[in-house]
Design a binder for this molecule. Sequence first.
Ligand code: C5P
Length: 409
Amino acid sequence: MAQPDLSARKILLIVGGGIAAYKALELIRLIRKAGGEVRVVLTTGGAEFVTPLSLAALSGHPVRQALFAPDEETTMGHIELSRWADLVVVAPATAGLIAKAANGMADDLASTTLLATDKRVLMAPAMNVRMWTHPAVQANVERLSGFEGFHGVRWVGPDDGEMACGEYGPGRMAEPAAILQAIGDLLAGEAARPLAGRRAVVTAGPTFEPIDPVRGLTNRSSGKQGYAIASALAALGAEVTLVSGPTALPAPVGVTRVDVETAAQMKAAVHAALPADIAVMSAAVADWRVDGVASGKIKKAPGGPPTLALIENPDILAGVSAPGSHRPALVIGFAAETADLEANARAKLSRKGCDWIVGNDVSDDVFGAEGNQVILFTREGQAEPWPRQSKTEVARQLADRVARHFETR
Ligand code: C5P
């Protein structure tokens, strides 16, 4: 099997307390030989089996052992350490470490790091066969595997074989070469799906505001741009909820579509899809709805046409952007302007409180044209003009830009 290339990849290795801890030394050597960088967290149990000195010598970095160690915390705090990594590997993963991780316990550096990380975790279990097959351990493994997004733990091994304790069966830690391969596979998979584990909510299409059971107010939005964005985010691994007004478009592959009609329904569906990391509000929400929708069809009357009283719809984008525990880390709005694009887009950015605005100069655009020329305005004051391109390409570029944003954070 080809050796994985781990150049410039950062692995945080948690070494638990089991006889298999000696294999962690070989694993460090293999990761470094493949080009990767390794930092080690050693549990108290682990230190009974391997010395911090061997781990430090092989990894080329001091080994972290204590949660509350002022000298260690000043070089790299434990939260920073948990985010520094591209992947967290637990080898050996003992029944105790698995139980703590499965139940959100944080009472030492290893378990705290596992809770604090925003990266994938790969565990290489190692324990006695009766322990591994115990329903309590199996329930913990199942629980960890089932967590959503990057919280879902991945596994390598355990292997079947003779154990240090003399018994036979599953429980032996996977060999270092197999763990290296699993690391390579996981990182390669994550690289192609940089938004894996991120949740996104996208609005698209028009809204339809009823006048009576058969009539309504709507607009000509096709929903194409929003659907393309939902599809592009999903292609990069995001878990996407597309809240769509009435359109003629099929649901993009791998996207959960929630169909709505009115702005009020759209707002409720967006909030139900939170928490999310990313919100892209591309719907053409009707500015007004009819006050007092008639319960029956309004009849033509000799007195002339009815007068419709309108009331303003809620601003969904402003609501999602408002500070609060469920505010997505990145909120993106759209601005189609016929004049003074930059000034209007900037004003909209601050009025709505979003992070980016995709500005679109529609002054000399034929409405509904395939091509789209946009400028991305950021809250930090950047203005990035993008080349004239199709709506699909705009969506792809936006999804890439979103992925880059999360990578560099
Ligand atoms: O204010 P304006 O409609 O020009 O703002 C456009 C942006 O605000 C788009 O991102 C649109 O989806 C969003 N919006 C919204 N709810 C509204 C009106 C606009 O989310 N009621």
